[in-house]
Ligand binder design. Structure first.
Ligand code: SAH
Ligand code: SF4
Ligand code: F3S
Length: 437
């Protein structure tokens, strides 16, 4: 054994899964996981830069390690991910935190092992940020930490260039894994007993784009056809590519959860255009109607941004109206954050932070009211919950139904990884409480 590792992850589900790949690399090197960063011989920070606060959060935590590193000279600190991939940021990081030993980007996970081995022999920091080479690497095996849920990447990168978004700059162009590799991975996971598989990509609907025999709906259906009881989810769907063919596949395959994450961002056509989203609010609502026509019970979650440059009160009201009209079951609401290098960062009419603050509060209140009223409808019903974890504070098990609603319940025996029927007795906001029947 080489000692202990600790990984701190920021950002999206894709980063969470990437941390599982980092864990795979570290365990291959003989390191074992520890929950406590103070015990770590190698501490890895897998960063995000989607909004400024994601960056600040990481900076704060890396800053706090100085003391530990001074006391524990041989500890290796490595920082990678989307933040370091941004132009010039690796150098900034090195200047600000000279005690960071390894700095790598999003395109060099395959070389992390070499960096660690090198760092064990040299004194100075190992810094390398590679450019996107357009390739898909299959050799890094994740050490999964999320049983009974498992994530599978189907695409990497993004070609959409929404004007506010940094992802295409730090994750490179969209590329797809081979369907045969994806299907094999899914089969292995089901055989190992995983009960929920989530396919990941920035825009899963554009999977393959002609580079594979299967389109996204065909891939999804092929995975849904694997024997065994499990749930299948996917994220994220870009509304412009959300097709009727896909909806038909969701509707006819019971293993595919009847819940779709479909980020709308704004309800204003002016703002949607300025964001380069390539759909109008009417296009979005038409897709929602089409979805509800095939699958009336399907729930929809979304992402929303307030305070995009030029957003007026009318634009914001259009967003509130769309939110109410669709009746999202939940939503992630964000204040626009200016990202260097993006098109929107160069727009002149940036919104006053106070205005954005007022809008986000109102939006969150609107979304929460929708979530609450949908949760209340659960009381008295019985739902099938996939038990995912045990909450030590509440002394209860928890899990989600196919629509993603969280439920807490007690059980005599360990039911993590099992599907259980839970009668819902009460609802509070986003979560439910009930009893196994
Ligand atoms: N690929 C996905 C989402 C990726 S990022 C999609 O297109 O839907 C997740 C969410 O972060 C986005 O949906 C958006 O709502 C938000 N986001 C991205 N850039 C942002 C920025 N600069 N400021 C605020 N929110 C942002
Ligand atoms: Fe960013 Fe848009 Fe790509 Fe999503 S689709 S990752 S929001 S550029
Ligand atoms: Fe994800 Fe953040 Fe990168 S949201 S893709 S980790 S910028």
């Amino acid at each position: 054994m080489n000692g202990y590792y600790h990984i701190t992850t920021y950002g999206c589900q894709m980063n969470v899964h990437e941390s599982e790949k980092i864990a795979g690399i570290l365990s291959d090197l003989g390191y074992k996981a520890t929950e406590k960063i103070e015990d770590a011989d190698i501490a890895v920070f897998n960063t995000c830069c989607i909004r400024e606060n994601a960056e600040n959060h990481a900076f704060g935590n890396i800053g706090m390690l100085k003391k530990l590193k001074t006391a524990k000279k041989n500890m290796i600190i490595a920082v990678g991910g989307c933040f370091t991939q941004q132009m010039g940021k690796a150098e900034n990081l090195h200047e600000k935190f000279p005690y960071v030993d390894i700095i790598f980007g999003t395109h060099n996970l395959g070389k992390l092992k070499d960096y660690i081995l090198k760092k064990q022999t040299v004194k100075k920091a190992v810094i390398e940020i590679l450019e996107d080479d357009g390739k898909v690497y299959e050799e890094i095996k994740p050490l999964r930490t999320s049983y009974p849920n498992a994530w599978i990447n189907i695409t990497y990168g993004c070609n959409n260039f929404c004007t506010y978004c940094i992802v295409p700059y730090v994750r490179g162009r969209e590329r797809s894994r081979r369907s045969a590799d994806i299907i094999n991975e899914a089969k292995e996971l089901v055989a190992l007993g995983y009960k929920e598989i989530t396919l990941l990509g920035q825009n899963v609907n554009s999977y393959s784009n002609g580079t594979d025999d299967l389109s996204f709906p065909q891939l999804l259906e092929a995975i849904a056809g694997i024997e065994g009881k499990f749930r299948l989810r996917f994220m994220t769907s870009h509304p412009k590519d959300f097709s009727e063919e896909l909806v038909k596949v969701i509707s006819r395959n019971p293993k595919i959860c009847k819940s779709v994450h479909l980020p709308v961002q704004s309800g204003s056509d002016v703002i949607l255009k300025a964001m380069n989203r390539r759909y109008s609010s009417a296009d979005y609502l038409n897709k929602v109607s089409m979805l509800k026509r095939y699958i009336p019970e399907c729930t929809i979650t979304t992402d929303l941004i307030v305070g995009f440059p030029g957003e007026t009160d009318e634009d914001f009201i259009a967003t509130l109206n769309l939110v109410k009209e669709v009746g999202f079951s939940s939503a992630f609401s964000f204040v626009y954050s200016k990202r260097d290098g993006t098109v929107a960062a160069r727009m002149e009419n940036q919104v006053d932070p106070e205005v954005s603050k007022r809008r986000i509060m109102e939006l969150i209140a609107t979304v929460n009211a929708l979530t609450r009223s949908q949760s209340e409808k659960y009381v008295g019903t019985t739902v099938e919950i996939l038990c995912e974890d045990y909450d030590n504070k509440k002394n209860m098990y928890l899990g989600r139904d196919e629509f993603g609603r969280m439920a807490y319940f007690r059980s005599e025996k360990d039911v993590i990884g099992e599907f259980v029927n839970v009668k819902i007795n009460s609802a509070s906001g986003i979560s439910l409480t009930g009893e196994i029947i």
